[in-house]
Design a protein around this ligand. Structure first.
Ligand code: SF4
Length: 282
């Protein structure tokens, strides 16, 4: 764990760049590649990471998942949402579901994002049997806005299609979410015991410091395999045995882990905590 930040934001979109700053402060340099979940995949984050020569790997939410709500509010049928209109001729025209062409009539910038505005011909929409479903409450002719992607966005979208990048992303949850699981499930840290950002930040820092110490012990123990699966019954037993269980719930956890370890044929002495083959625990 190389950094802990506190925020009261409802979502993660604005949290990536402050987190990277903290990584740079704590580690002395910025990462070359950042793997994050789709909550961090925004155009702004892609631009900012690209400007710092960082490769962002985070799954992009398809536009179709963002447009459904807005179209439903405007009375547009799901068969005629903007993603059903296909780009033609190098992005200069759009082909509608009825086979008519929409052409660019101008550009607009919204929240710093440049968009092309396409419009259908009035007489074609007027004669179209699906005009109500397609144009909704506003009426025709149909107008569609399409983002003009920047070079950084194009590079990012192409990167996210590569099989090796998808493969790399699959490793994210087991690495990045494990410390959360450790804190919440193993250490029962489910809520802050203090109030205020500063004090809560200190509490979070202490928890993650404890996590780092357990990892330091785990990796630094002579003879321990560094690939050792941290979820194995052996490690759970190690935690239960040697982390000083005192409270009733810790004792119950210890009993559970010991019986899980025994069921898996692990003896309680330390020598048995390193299994012959790590593969058997995966
Ligand atoms: S209303 Fe216009 S844009 Fe929509 S499907 Fe019909 S012709 Fe195409």
């Amino acid at each position: 764990m190389v950094g802990v930040t506190m925020s009261s934001a409802a979502n993660d979109t604005q949290e990536l760049m402050p987190a990277l700053k903290q990584v740079e402060k704590n580690c002395g340099e910025l990462p070359v590649v950042v793997i994050a979940d789709n909550g961090y995949a925004t155009r702004q984050n892609v631009e900012q990471t690209s400007a710092q020569e960082i490769e962002l790997i985070a799954p992009w939410k398809a536009d179709s998942s963002r447009e459904a709500g807005a179209c439903a509010r405007n009375g547009i049928d799901e068969e005629f949402v903007p993603s059903k209109f296909a780009l033609q001729r190098g992005g200069k025209k759009l082909l509608c579901p009825a086979g008519k062409m929409l052409v660019v009539i101008g550009q607009k910038t919204h929240h710093g994002v440049r968009k092309n505005v396409f419009e259908a011909k009035e007489r074609e929409c007027g004669a179209c049997p699906w005009v109500k479903k397609c144009c909704g409450r506003k009426g025709g002719p149909r107008r569609i806005e399409r983002v003009v992607e920047s070079p950084a966005m194009k590079k990012y979208l192409a990167r996210m299609k590569r099989p090796e990048v998808k493969q790399l992303y699959r490793q994210r949850s087991r690495i990045a979410e494990f410390p959360h699981m450790w804190a919440k499930a193993a250490k029962k840290w489910r809520r802050f015991s203090v109030r205020g950002m500063a004090k809560a930040g200190m509490e979070a820092l202490w928890v993650m410091l404890a996590y780092n110490v357990t990892q330091w012990i785990r990796l630094g123990r002579p003879g321990r395999c560094q690939e050792f699966c941290v979820n194995s019954p052996a490690v759970l037993m190690f935690r239960a045995d040697y982390t000083g269980c005192t409270r009733a719930e810790d004792k119950a956890l210890r009993r559970r882990n010991l019986s899980a370890g025994s069921a898996a044929g692990i003896r309680r002495d330390r020598a048995q905590l390193v299994p012959a083959s790590c593969e058997s625990w995966r």
